[in-house]
Design a protein around this ligand. Structure first.
Ligand code: SF4
Length: 348
């Protein structure tokens, strides 16, 4: 076994995380689900979501058979909802094409929606014990520093180099533990700012530590200013306290989630609301900003109390008046749920 792997596994045996819920049992469905949830999200946040998800949908078959609203409701708050829709679609493909199992083959895994090379590697290594490397954000950080690799890890030439290092270090024995160990090292010791080098099993050979580069590696992404969009969200609340929700289309942000009707700005809000319900005075609520990876969204919410459904507006499957219980069971974008949770009492 190579020195990097030997040192890392020795460290893992004493300090690694061995009580994460997806490690018991460490089957392919649970490894896959955890890997997808852990993209862009920290372990402490994921644990609760993971437990609720597997309690409701304990197997790949259960996920494949669930309706999309159930899956999105379980994902609600984790963000990046495309991940949940890909997960759902991939489970259905596994049932149709792979006998209800995640395939043990790299190319077949990569052909499933939402599974990239690192996630496929984690499934093959952790669930099936096969020798495949992984390269998630934590691993990139460790390898960038250990080997002193300059350049943003998102650049393809840098990423290619890191994959070669990841492959070189991955041992044929204890592959599952090794992949967990290198993720743990990145998450708990070789952390983004102020890595805990005196506690690191790789300190003796680490280029970044030797050359004083731990604060500059990995190289930051070249600066990019993200644009801002603005809109109004309309809270139409009827006399019973029900809120009008609309299911968003299949494209764009928050696709497939239930959200509020929108208008381009506050001046257009009244006419948009009047097309849906009979409304009285508009009551502006505090504005907020939600930041996506590619733009900022400035939201001005407007409350229309005592709205009355218009009989001329036919019921639609993608538009409903929902009470608190229904709202709790639907998949909503996190900022919309927060907004609804903090609504003022209905005016007399
Ligand atoms: S010695 Fe420091 S910088 Fe190098 S891998 Fe370990 S924690 Fe990261």
């Amino acid at each position: 076994m190579n020195v990097f792997a030997t040192e890392l596994l020795r460290w893992y045996d004493h300090h690694g995380r061995k009580d994460l819920p997806w490690q018991h049992p460490r089957d392919a469905y649970r490894v896959w689900l955890s890997e997808i949830m852990l993209q862009q999200t920290q372990v402490v946040t994921v644990i609760g979501y993971f437990q609720r998800f597997v309690e409701r949908l304990p197997t790949l078959a259960a996920l494949a058979n669930a309706d999309e609203d159930t899956v999105l409701a379980l994902w609600s708050g984790l963000g990046y909802y495309r991940r949940a829709r890909f997960l759902h679609g991939a489970a259905q493909l596994c049932v149709e094409q792979h006998g209800g199992e995640l395939p043990r083959d790299l190319d077949a895994l990569l052909a499933l929606p939402g599974i990239g090379r690192s996630t496929a590697g984690a499934i093959l290594a952790q669930a099936y014990g096969l020798r495949f490397p992984i390269l998630d954000g934590n691993v990139k950080r460790v390898l960038t520093r250990y080997h002193g690799v300059a350049g943003h890890p998102g650049e393809s030439a840098v990423e290619k180099k890191l994959w070669l290092f990841a492959d070189e270090h991955t041992p044929a024995r204890r592959t599952a533990d090794f992949t967990q160990a290198i993720m743990d090292l990145g998450a708990t010791v070789c952390v983004r700012s102020k890595p805990l080098c005196p506690l690191c099993p790789q300190a003796a050979s680490c280029v970044a530590l030797r050359d004083g580069l731990t604060t500059v590696l990995p190289t930051a992404k070249p600066g990019k200013k993200i644009p801002t969009r603005a809109l109004s969200m309309l809270l139409l609340r009827d006399a019973r306290g029900r809120i009008l929700l609309e299911k968003r289309g299949a494209q764009g942000v928050w696709s497939g989630l239930w959200s509020l009707p929108e208008a381009d700005d506050a001046s257009a809000a009244g006419s948009v609301a009047a097309r849906i319900a009979r409304v009285g005075d508009a009551d502006p609520l505090p504005a907020f900003t939600h930041v996506f990876s590619h733009y900022r969204l400035d939201v001005s919410p407007i409350l229309f109390d005592h709205a009355a459904p218009l009989t001329a507006v036919a019921d639609r499957p993608d538009r409903r008046w929902c009470d608190r219980g229904e709202i709790a069971s639907l998949g909503l974008p996190a900022p919309v749920r927060t907004l609804l949770d903090n609504l003022p009492e209905i005016s007399p």
